[in-house]
Each structure stands twice: as C-alpha cells, then as structure tokens.
Ligand binder design. Sequence first.
Ligand SMILES: [Zn+2]
Length: 431
Amino acid sequence: MGFNYGSALRVHNVRLIDGVSATVVDDAVLEADADGEITYAGPAARAPEARSDVRTIDGQGGTLLPGLFDCHTHLGVASDRSLVETALLTDPVLGVLQTTVRLSRTLESGITSARDLGGLPAGFRDAVASGLIAGPRLQTSVGVISHTGGHADGTLPSGRNLDLDYCELADDVTGVRTAARRMLRAGADLIKICTSGGISSAHDDPDDQDLLDEEIAAVVDEARRHRGRPVAAHAQGRAGILAAIRGGVRSVEHGYGIDDEGCDLIGERGAFLVPTLSTVFQALDPKKTTPWRYQKKLRWNERTKTNIAEAIARKVNIAVGTDAGITPHGENPFELWCLVELGMSPMDALRAATSNSARLLGLEDKLGTLRPGYAADLVLCTGDPLRDITVLSAPENIAMVVQQGVIRKLTLPDSGSSAAGRNSFHAGSRL
Ligand SMILES: [Zn+2]
C-alpha cells in the first residue's frame, strides 16, 4: 500500500502546460522513470508505447502542470490564530505537530516546493527531504533580521515582548553580520532581512526604511561569502524597496509601494519581485484586528493594487509567494488568481509559479518545467486554468500531486493499483 517507490509513472489523457513554453499540448502523455525523472512529456501521438509494468494514471482530461512554488511562506505560523496566541499559548510539541499538518496541506494544495521566510526551523526542511514527513521541498531563512523597533521586533504596544526566537534585532554593521551568522548556524538556506517597516508591526510604517544601506550591504556580503546564499528583503514602501535592490538582495518581498524606478532596478540587477497579493485580496474584518492595523491595511491595499498592476504591465520579473501564515495555509494557489486579477495572463501566472519561481530558488535546472531530464514534480488539476485560473484555488480541484515521481495525493482512480480512490501521504506506510 502507500507509495509506489522505485516504479515508473505514466500520466495520459491530460492537457499539458510545461511551465516554460506558451504552447499547450491538448492530448498529452508524461512519463517518468523509476528515479522520478521525466523521460517524455509531449503529444500522445508521439509518446512511447504504454507498458503494463508502469503505473498509469488516466488524467481524465485535466491539466498537468509542473508542481507549483510558493516562494514566501511562514509554515511555522498559524494562520487561524494571532501571533500572540501562537507565541504565548501554544504548547511547543503541539506547535510542531501543527506545522507538520500545515506542510502536508500545503503540499496537497499543489505546492511541491516552498521557500519559508521566517519561523520555520531547518529541521522541517530536513524532515521533508529525508521522507520523515510530507511537505513541499523546502528552503528556509529560519528567522528574520530587523533593527530595534523594526518589523521583526516582537515588543508589543504593552511593552511586553513576544520573544520570538526566530526574530533577530541588530542595530549596526557588526550586529547584522552576527545576526546573519546566527541564522547560518541554525541552517538557513538564505537570509531574510527587513528593509522597510510593515503593515503588521505596531510602531513602524511600510514607508519607513528599516536596516540602513550599509547594514543591508553587510548582510548581502555575509550571505554571499557563505556559499553564495541569497538575501530576501521584506520591503513594502518605496525607500525600503530601493535600498534593498541597490544593496544587492535577490528578492523584494511584498513590494507594495514599488514605482517605475524600483521596477527598472529589479530588471537591471536581475532581482525578483514576490508581491504576496494574497495579503491584499484576503477579506479584511475590522473586528478581528487592531484599529491601527486595520487602518494601515486599508491605506495600503488600494496603493498596492495600482502599483503591482503597473509592475505586471512593465513585465517585472515576478515569482509567486503568498505570505501564508498571514494568509491561510493550504489555499496557496489563490495567489495566481490575484496576479491575473491585476492583469497578468494566466499563462504568465503559471510560469511565474513554476519555472520562474524555480529560478529564484536556484532550482531551474531540476524543477519548474515538464521536460525530459527534469524531476517529475507534477500537479494535475481538473479543468483548464488558462480559461479559469480559479480552478487552482480550491484544493479539491487538485486531483494529483507528485514529487520526484512519487504520488503524494491522488483522487482519481488508479489503473496501476487495486487501492481505491484516495491516496494521501498519511495513508501510506512511511510514518
Ligand atoms: Zn512574510
């Protein structure tokens, strides 16, 4: 029962979108070998002959895509409770188990790779990589660096401190280097800094610059000299965005206040914008938040829509991220609808969430594309996301999720196995 390790996989009767080209193959076949590497992806008419010893899935006319990426998650942070409640009232063992559930829900929503930008210890990455738990392939920054009173300062308006162990405060060049080294010591794949204030932090504003120019440059240098690790910047307002790109970060997170200058600089430097629009389009309930936060959000939401729509029109280099933790976990592909809503074509949104996000994570040689030689990380959705991008938003429309040729979720009949219908990770034999 469970998974079909070490056997090849064939998916037929699907519409294929490869994550790179603009061409759709209407009647396609994909085959992967026993190592989970794609050996064929293209028209059924030219496909190798079907074999009885290959596990075969009839895609029932759905759409086969590369596994999707979320380049901005907080998988260690509950999305259904306040940060205060999570930090102070959650038993740490329960907290770990809740994180594992978030990881598997995220995977089942179609996210086969994720980059976590604060609050996810490196052990979760290693647990997924070793097959101990189910989840997206992970890169994690482990923590977040900002200055005292900045976006990552967990001091509450009461003066009490949440004492979040993943937040590092530093106030000079030596301090930020030390903070970056602590992150690397904790196993960070990249460094996350704050170059602007935030909507969710009480005492600063998105228009404030957080770390100073020389501090940003110092972190970028510290990350670079440790195996060329990248830096991601929480940068919401214009000042923080420009400082981040000029300082050499690889990705501008949020970028709500981006203008033409910021767009052009991203292009010149080969950087990425991760606009986390799910935060903007999620319903806003004044009863569930503090008045100052509600007001900030109202003030920024319309500006954000205008600015990001302009950035999309200028063809800025966009990767997909949701800020899940702030937004709900397990509904991550909703972000693609947000991008389309602000003017991106559905095909470009799919490319942003696959091959382009793979490029941001430095995995473009292995992931994000359905072509021979790439890893078989797959998502099969019912319907056609090019006609209606919302089909991806509902997890029940995600009929199959595959990582490296291993089926993680399957809600279609499986002609290669007598096991009926559903086949989720927890029904498998690996836990
Ligand atoms: Zn975030």
